[in-house]
Design a protein around this ligand. Sequence first.
Ligand SMILES: Cc1cc2nc3c(=O)[nH]c(=O)nc-3n(C[C@H](O)[C@H](O)[C@H](O)COP(=O)(O)OP(=O)(O)OC[C@H]3O[C@@H](n4cnc5c(N)ncnc54)[C@H](O)[C@@H]3O)c2cc1C
Length: 560
Amino acid sequence: MTLETENTIDRLFRLGKTPHYLTPRTQIIRIMKQVTDNPCCAGCCWIGRHARVCHRIEEPKNTMTNCNNREVVVVGSGLGGLSAAISLAQEGYSVEIHEKNSKIGGKLNFLSEQGYTFDLGPSILTLPHFFERLFARSGRKMADYFSIVAVRPHWRSFFPDGKTIDLYPEPELMAREAVKAGASAKSVECFLDYSARLYDLIDRGYFQEGLDSTRDILRFYGWCALPRFDPLRSMHSGVARHIQNPYLKDIFDFFVKYVGSSAYRAPAMLNCLPTIQFRYDLWYVNGGMYNIARGLQKLLGELGVAVHLNSEVTEFRTSQGRVTGIVVNGDRFHKADIVVCNMEVIPAYRDILKEDATFLRSLRKFQPACSGLVIDLGLDIQYPHLAHHNFFFSGDQQKHFDSVFRKKVLPEDPTIYLVAASRTDPTVAPAGTDCLKILPHIPPIDPEHPLQLDDYTRLRDRILIKLEKMGLTDLRKHIVFEHFWTPYDIQKQYYSNQGSIYGVVSDRYLNFAFKAPKHSSRYDNLFFVGGSVNPGAGMPMVVLCGQNVCRDIVRWDQLT
Ligand SMILES: Cc1cc2nc3c(=O)[nH]c(=O)nc-3n(C[C@H](O)[C@H](O)[C@H](O)COP(=O)(O)OP(=O)(O)OC[C@H]3O[C@@H](n4cnc5c(N)ncnc54)[C@H](O)[C@@H]3O)c2cc1C
């Protein structure tokens, strides 16, 4: 380790006064050594007291031979499917992907029109070291495939009374914002300590080991560890126990956005989410998020994985509790030894496997997370007071959650997420203009009470008027390009369950934030990957899921 690295570590520890959300010194030394010795690291190292670290740098894989070149078919090329395909190819399996759309990436999608480029899906990258592993295991560097840059501030929050608060991972800057909100910096620190304890607990087992059930959890953690998950509280009451300030309470409650659920119904352990951002930072992918898909496509090519586009899987042929192969576009049969399904669990069992009603009822606890109204606007001006990521809060956030997740109606006054990516990347809009992605969370499609286009259009109008009142003066007059997706478009595009954008809802009364298991209980050689199975949605989680499902398949294969 160089002297410079040692000095950096010492500086970090001089800065750190609160012990709990610090990564242990020994771990940081190991990590910094890996960062300096191993060029495969994403290069995300620590700045503030909420450590940003790269951990678990992977050794390149030796291609295994014990899988006897077994043929794996991956259905769908969302990030989970891509991660599983890459991981399995690295294990020596012969892998092919069938994707119904004309490009890979699933919800990681983009639109380029009239000089404006929009990320139609994800716009926030977190936990980049989960992606780095995919490259490191083939002895490559992620930075040679796509580059990332940390975003500042993380979020800008606008409140109806005119107050604005920014989020920063640097403790000194965050303390300043806490005081601006009228809160003590200490309360934020205590909350982040609590969040870090939850994250470390969850990461060790549920994330990294890919635990899939209460039985797995009990076996891994033991009964005595259960109180540490704060199981009797909702996410909101976990926030409220530490933070009384109404602005900060709304902000930390809204970290639930990462899983498209309600802070009042999600379990308190979801308060691990701020640590993902404060410790590991929030990133943008240079040139647009879709460059992740382009990078993974290149890696797939190098690994010899065949990708079939416009190739919709319409049937799984089964025999004696196994899937024998898939039927593509209604006629072509492809044999498979193992099938990894990136299509969501409920649509796959219902529409492709045509399972009976009793079995489908057993999946009812895996209700869809929220959907969204995706509004993309090309403007002829810029609103300089916007940050890259902005939240325009509802006047009554509890009511907003209640409308979307309990009453399942379009919210009157939603909290609105707005992305102005040109703050970090000027190439996404012509000079002096803005391209905005506006995303309020709304209920998924209710097949019994379907909404009409008019209902969504009225919500769109309400949202633009609210934004005008909250500082985007004359917004509607400055629109030169508009693109608009309802939950029906999202469902049609990705076959997601009821147009969900984050897979399965995290709800303590339904599923305690567990998603469906990765290994099918019905078909021995069928596995699932993506936002509808554990650990759930969000880009890093589905990428992790792909790595975990590969490990499960290798173990299962060794036993069969
Ligand atoms: C608007 C929006 C904003 C988001 N914001 C963020 C964010 O900022 N940060 C973040 O981390 N995450 C975000 N997410 C969530 C994230 O995008 C998803 O959790 C993740 O990309 C889902 O990956 P997946 O592996 O589950 O597959 P999906 O992306 O759901 O892809 C599944 C793929 O399978 C294909 N498929 C389905 N059925 C078939 C079939 N029968 N035959 C062949 N192909 C089939 C589909 O076409 C699709 O390509 C956002 C999502 C949306 C929609």
